[in-house]
Design a protein around this ligand. Structure first.
Ligand code: C2E
Ligand code: MG
Ligand code: MG
Ligand code: MG
Length: 281
């Protein structure tokens, strides 16, 4: 009996696995043409100065509007893009979009308005020397001061010469560096000293838990104190409630990002949030 049962379950299991693999393969195939078919968009989410509520920066987040499936989460397709090598094309495109917006918005506002761009380890590996990102800035006569690169904690674990060389080149161009999702990986403050880093982004899981969980609150407070002592500014991710915001302000956190302020929005809407005239579509 158990054997039959097991076999049935096994069949069911493999069939669903096959579907998953097929699904992945289809997404991978569709992703190849997504950029040319204008299904890819850059959305922007405000990063707010907690004390004043002022929008002072933005994070660029990729969006894929699939013709049949609708919006597909980057959490789902970024890994596919990474393993298929498409991350380079998509990531470079996101950077160019972000640089153009950062330049335009800075000009409109009259001060440098920074946009954070995510860069995964696969993107560091794809660019063997200096990144085309710097060539792009130079070509367009743009300053790196309007760009922040977000890297994950994991990247700090073994900083290869290639990664170090790229990060040094970025910093030399005025680009700043932010550690994304801090607290989810090995989270060693010691690693922060190995590279020059400007911002620490506290992962949203801590922000979510800190209100009800004294332990999470203690961790958040400690991260903020240590980051400040190392000369970093702190961004809290996933701020959804006033309670969280109040607690973060009391803990000395500098900036917040989350649905409480705004979800990621298309450029036109972001310009509305900034109260600036829209020129680009
Ligand atoms: P991330 O860089 O940590 O981005 C923050 C994520 O949190 C975004 O998810 C954002 O929409 C979401 N978020 C913002 N505020 C809140 C909130 O209050 N509550 C909750 N629950 N979530 C909030 P998204 O846009 O789905 O992106 C997921 C991840 O995909 C990003 O995490 C990043 O790792 C990756 N990603 C997105 N765009 C790019 C890109 O252009 N290049 C690369 N390499 N990775 C990207
Ligand atoms: Mg990020
Ligand atoms: Mg994050
Ligand atoms: Mg994340």
């Amino acid at each position: 009996v158990a054997k039959d049962d097991g076999r049935n379950r096994f069949c069911y299991f493999t069939r669903s696995m096959q579907l998953q693999a097929q699904e992945r393969l289809k997404l991978r195939h569709d992703l190849y043409n997504a950029l040319e078919q204008q299904q890819i968009q850059a959305y922007f989410q405000p990063i707010v100065e907690l004390n004043t509520g002022r929008i002072i920066k933005a994070e660029a987040l990729i969006r894929w509007r699939h013709p049949e499936k609708g919006m597909i989460s980057p959490a789902l397709f970024i890994p596919i893009a990474e393993e298929s090598g498409m991350i380079k094309k998509l990531g470079d495109w996101m950077f160019y979009e972000s640089a153009i917006r950062a330049q335009y918005w800075s000009r409109q506002l009259g001060y440098p308005f920074q946009i954070s761009v995510n860069r995964s380890p696969a993107q560091f590996i794809a660019d063997d020397k200096d990144s085309p990102w710097l060539d792009y800035l130079q070509q367009k006569g743009m300053s790196g001061r309007c760009i922040v690169i977000e890297i994950t904690e994991g990247l700090l674990l073994n900083v290869s010469p290639r990664i170090k060389q790229q990060l040094d080149a970025y910093r030399q161009a005025g680009i700043q560096v932010s550690i994304d999702d801090f607290g989810t990986g090995y989270s060693s403050m010691a690693y922060l000293q190995k590279l020059q880093v400007d911002y620490l982004k506290i992962d949203q899981s801590f922000v979510r838990e800190m209100v009800d969980n004294a332990g999470s609150r203690a961790i958040v407070e400690a991260m903020i104190v240590m980051a400040h002592k190392l000369g970093l500014k702190v961004v809290a991710e996933g701020v959804e409630t006033l309670e969280q915001k109040r607690m973060l302000i009391a803990s000395g956190c500098d900036y917040g990002q989350g649905y409480l302020f705004s979800p990621p929005v298309p450029p036109i809407e972001f310009e509305r949030l900034l109260h600036i005239k829209s020129r680009l579509n």
